[in-house]
Design a protein around this ligand. Structure first.
Ligand SMILES: *Cc1c(COP(=O)(O)O)cnc(C)c1O
Length: 254
């Protein structure tokens, strides 16, 4: 049967992105050669059948940024039955009053968007009610590297203090890395993306000030338009949506 124009070949999309990731890895400085970037397939607005297809093709990490949508997908009967090893990343803005709704979900793996002490505290306090006993919830600290007012994330100057707070006061959380969205539409031909450089500098600072090993702190940066550039600059976690699942009409506020 002929495929409709709107059908996307998700497996092919994943394969293609993985090949491009591999190629970008070859262009990195030698000290990064040991690190293998993780692909997070961003499935927001896309139907469950495409997630199933991607999972069957070997993809395990998926990202969603609306609480209700993640809830529907993570508790979907087919996903629960067929995707036992799926790993959900929450990549949207998380309001404190929605924390329980996310933490109770099966296979929630990582909250990428912690941007305040209050949110960290709430996650820390609630995780023991939901997570398997004696486990820590993985989180990333979201940094507003571009300084744009409408973007979530903490200013780079506050990353050290929030990191220190998480390490010292939040025994139920495990710091997995730092995350940025960055400014929209930056052209890599203008040189290394300042948002990506900034996130890397933040990591250097927390590692130096708090005695952490940089190899244990992921950098979540790079999306469909710029993930190769981000990898060349040290990204270890790329969040790719439309290059895998096809065009997605933009919401007014994303
Ligand atoms: C939508 C989204 C992505 C993926 O964007 P694409 O351009 O479709 O790859 C990545 N990160 C976040 C936080 C998003 O909201």
């Amino acid at each position: 049967m002929l495929k409709k124009m709107t059908d996307v070949d998700v497996r092919k999309g994943i394969k293609n992105v993985l090949t491009r990731i591999e190629e970008a890895c070859k262009k990195r400085p030698p000290e990064l050669e040991a690190v293998e970037p993780r692909l997070v397939a961003v499935s927001k607005t896309k139907p469950v059948n495409l997630i199933l297809e991607a999972y069957e093709g070997g993809q395990r990490h998926f990202g969603e940024n609306y609480v209700q949508e993640l809830e529907e997908k993570a508790t979907n009967a087919d996903i629960l039955e067929k995707c036992k090893d799926i790993r959900w990343h929450f990549i949207g803005h998380l309001q404190k009053n929605k924390v329980n709704k996310v933490l109770c979900l099966p296979n929630i793996y990582l909250i990428e968007t912690v941007d305040s002490q209050k949110l960290a505290t709430t996650l820390n306090n609630h995780w023991p009610k939901f997570g398997p006993p004696d486990t820590k919830l993985k989180i990333m600290i979201q940094v507003n590297t571009s300084g744009e007012g409408e973007k979530n994330g903490i200013p780079p100057a506050e990353v050290c203090s929030l990191t220190e707070y998480v390490l010292k006061e939040c025994g139920n959380l495990q710091l997995d890395g730092l995350m940025t969205i960055g400014r929209f539409g930056y052209n890599p031909e203008d040189g290394p993306n300042p948002d990506f450089l900034c996130l890397k500098t933040c990591r250097d600072e927390i590692c130096q000030n708090l005695g952490l090993d940089w190899k244990n702190i992921n950098l979540s940066m790079g999306m469909s338009d710029d993930f190769e550039h981000a990898i060349e600059l040290g990204s270890t976690n790329v969040r790719v949506g439309s290059s895998i699942f096809g065009y997605r009409p933009r919401k007014v506020r994303e």
